[in-house]
Design a protein around this ligand. Structure first.
Ligand code: HEC
Ligand code: HEC
Ligand code: HEC
Ligand code: HEC
Ligand code: HEC
Ligand code: HEC
Ligand code: HEC
Ligand code: HEC
Ligand code: HEC
Ligand code: HEC
Length: 322
């Protein structure tokens, strides 16, 4: 999670479907980045020994220590989970497990009655997403309208809370691009083409251009206001503004001439030669002494960019020649 975008709400009751009535009482507000300990700790706010039942937990909650008593391996593995850290940072007494699994008292009293605990693995993506979104909606506000959510790909399709992949960040099941290619097989060969963004080589990530948690743009693209901003973040010299803009660069953007993933053509061009790229739009350039664009076989003429060198925009020449 990004520190500049703090989580704003930390409700304890994470399974409202199971305990709808409790929710009203249990929602904690995280104001100004501080976990409000009021509903959790004693009014005197002193540090208490961890006897969960006595720690002033809301009715139905037992606290993580109790869970650890029976789920030793899971609890041990959870010690360095970012979810544990955040609870510790905020000075709570550790209801971590129940933030996602819901109030656990009935489960415990039933000797581990599995019908009395929320196991995300057994619920729909929609329900699980809602649990996660209670805390993560502020950083991923567009998830529900994303192509992923619509195709029933949920948070735990890509993230694993308890068993993330080895050497992955952000609790991902696998690192990029492996994770993505598990489902996006069609895109895989594009990154093996002779010219490609070096995603497999680790120089560029899918998530540099896409936000898989949803955006307002097509194809989960990160930027909408200025499509080119995705590209000019790295290719800064193409950003402009130029005194003489080349209309398509500012219009449909970089992908009117380039294929973003990979291409058979050098410079990721979307056509086999520079002239073929230009001709997609300049099919009938007024023929002048410099041009013989309409003549048969004119794709063999001098490459347009030999003269129009500043095809991305120029500060000197209207015809983009310098
Ligand atoms: C299609 C796979 C996928 C899905 C579905 C998905 N994530 Fe992610 N998530 C990623 C990837 C990849 C990253 C790392 C790159 C990035 O930050 O975009 C990430 C990063 C994160 C981060 C840490 C970085 C940040 O931006 O705060 C959080 C938190 C997170 N995801 C939560 C969620 C939640 C909550 C859901 C469900 C609402 C979800 N993710 C759904 C793939 C996914
Ligand atoms: C951030 C949410 C979250 C927190 C916090 C959390 N869990 Fe889970 N837990 C899950 C999800 C999601 C699953 C479903 C399996 C998976 O995706 O890893 C799960 C599965 C489980 C399972 C079933 C394991 C299995 O193999 O089927 C147990 C037991 C469990 N959690 C115990 C705990 C305990 C004990 C804690 C506290 C130490 C805890 N969980 C904290 C989200 C959470
Ligand atoms: C008295 C022992 C005990 C305690 C305490 C306990 N559990 Fe369990 N739990 C079990 C047993 C037994 C099972 C079922 C056997 C198994 O699959 O491991 C189970 C299963 C689960 C499952 C999987 C349910 C499923 O559908 O398969 C989850 C999730 C879980 N416990 C979470 C918790 C959480 C969260 C806590 C703390 C609030 C907790 N448990 C406290 C004994 C306990
Ligand atoms: C009670 C609030 C809460 C719930 C519920 C919750 N999270 Fe989180 N999660 C957090 C906080 C706070 C952090 C930030 C920790 C940090 O900054 O390192 C976090 C961190 C993460 C990260 C980022 C880890 C990283 O290393 O960047 C991922 C991924 C994530 N959560 C996924 C999930 C998923 C998936 C669920 C639902 C199964 C879920 N969370 C439920 C509060 C929550
Ligand atoms: C669990 C399977 C799964 C995983 C993992 C996954 N996706 Fe997806 N993704 C889908 C499905 C299903 C869709 C919606 C149908 C479609 O457009 O293919 C989708 C849609 C998309 C779209 C929008 C496509 C469009 O035409 O609008 C993009 C972009 C995307 N995913 C990128 C990624 C990236 C990047 C990753 C890795 C970080 C990733 N996905 C991981 C299944 C997955
Ligand atoms: C350099 C930026 C960039 C990178 C890196 C990138 N994409 Fe894309 N991707 C785009 C753009 C731009 C589009 C939209 C293309 C269009 O509209 O013609 C797109 C479209 C898509 C689509 C929609 C279907 C399609 O092919 O048009 C999917 C799915 C997708 N990307 C998945 C991925 C995956 C998976 C990765 C990583 C392996 C990835 N992308 C890496 C820029 C990128
Ligand atoms: C995360 C940074 C990053 C982003 C975002 C990015 N690129 Fe790139 N791009 C690179 C790098 C690095 C290379 C050089 C790869 C190499 O050495 O082969 C490259 C190479 C290229 C090339 C080929 C250059 C050559 O000399 O052959 C073109 C064309 C290109 N990118 C266009 C785009 C477009 C269009 C977008 C937006 C859809 C985009 N890039 C987004 C980093 C990025
Ligand atoms: C009108 C078509 C067109 C548009 C639009 C366009 N380019 Fe290009 N681009 C070209 C051509 C033609 C070349 C040169 C190919 C050659 O030298 O063989 C090129 C070369 C490049 C190169 C590699 C050589 C260099 O100059 O660094 C990069 C990187 C690049 N473009 C990025 C971008 C980015 C980023 C955008 C969007 C801001 C963009 N292009 C928009 C046509 C275009
Ligand atoms: C996606 C469509 C498209 C592509 C591809 C394209 N152009 Fe353009 N170009 C335009 C448009 C639209 C204008 C603005 C025309 C106007 O203002 O009359 C323009 C303007 C120009 C101008 C300036 C003309 C003037 O009268 O100011 C030159 C020179 C030019 N393009 C050269 C090229 C070259 C060279 C290529 C190939 C590298 C190319 N164009 C590719 C659409 C395109
Ligand atoms: C030998 C150098 C040269 C080559 C090669 C060349 N041009 Fe030009 N082009 C010029 C010059 C010089 C002008 C300015 C004409 C004027 O001053 O009247 C021009 C003007 C233009 C214009 C604006 C005026 C008009 O006719 O609409 C466009 C568009 C254009 N060129 C596109 C292209 C395309 C596309 C190609 C490649 C297929 C190309 N040029 C190849 C030198 C060249």
């Amino acid at each position: 999670m990004n520190n500049q975008r703090p989580v704003t709400r930390l409700p304890i009751c994470a399974a409202p479907d199971l305990w709808p009535g409790l929710r009203v009482f249990l929602i904690l507000i995280l104001a100004a980045g501080f976990f409000s300990a009021a509903a959790l700790a004693s009014p005197a706010n002193e540090k208490k020994a961890a006897t969960p039942a006595a720690a002033g937990l809301p009715a139905g909650y037992v606290g993580s220590e109790t869970c650890a008593g029976c789920h030793e391996a899971v609890a041990k593995g959870f010690e360095d989970n970012p979810h544990t850290k955040m609870v510790l940072q905020h000075g709570s007494n550790g209801v971590t497990c129940e933030n996602c699994h819901g109030a656990g008292q009935a489960h415990v009293e039933g000797g581990g009655d599995i019908s009395k605990i929320f196991n995300p693995a057994k619920h729909s993506n929609k329900e699980v997403n809602a649990t996660c979104e209670k805390c993560h909606a502020s950083t991923h506000p567009n998830f529900d309208r994303s192509p992923h959510a619509k195709a029933d790909v949920g948070c735990i399709s890509c993230h694993s809370v308890h068993a993330p992949g080895k050497n992955t960040e952000h609790l991902l099941k696998a690192s990029q691009p492996t994770l993505c290619f598990q489902c996006h097989n069609d895109q895989k060969p594009q990154f093996n083409m002779p010219f490609h963004h070096k995603v497999n080589e680790g120089a560029v990530n899918c998530s540099d251009c896409h936000d898989v948690h949803g955006t307002f743009g097509n194809s989960n693209l990160r930027s909408t206001a200025d499509q080119n901003a995705i590209c000019t973040k790295c290719h800064m010299e193409k950003r402009g503004p130029f005194i003489f803009e080349h209309a398509p660069v500012k219009g449909d953007g970089c992908i009117s001439c380039h294929t973003p993933h990979g291409s058979q053509n050098a410079r990721l061009l979307n056509a086999p030669s520079v002239n073929a790229v230009c001709r997609q739009c300049h099919s009938s350039v007024v023929a002048g002494s410099m041009h013989n664009l309409n003549a048969a076989g004119s794709s063999d003429v001098t490459p347009c960019i030999d003269c129009h060198t500043m095809v991305h925009g120029s500060n000197l020449d209207r015809y983009l020649k310098r």
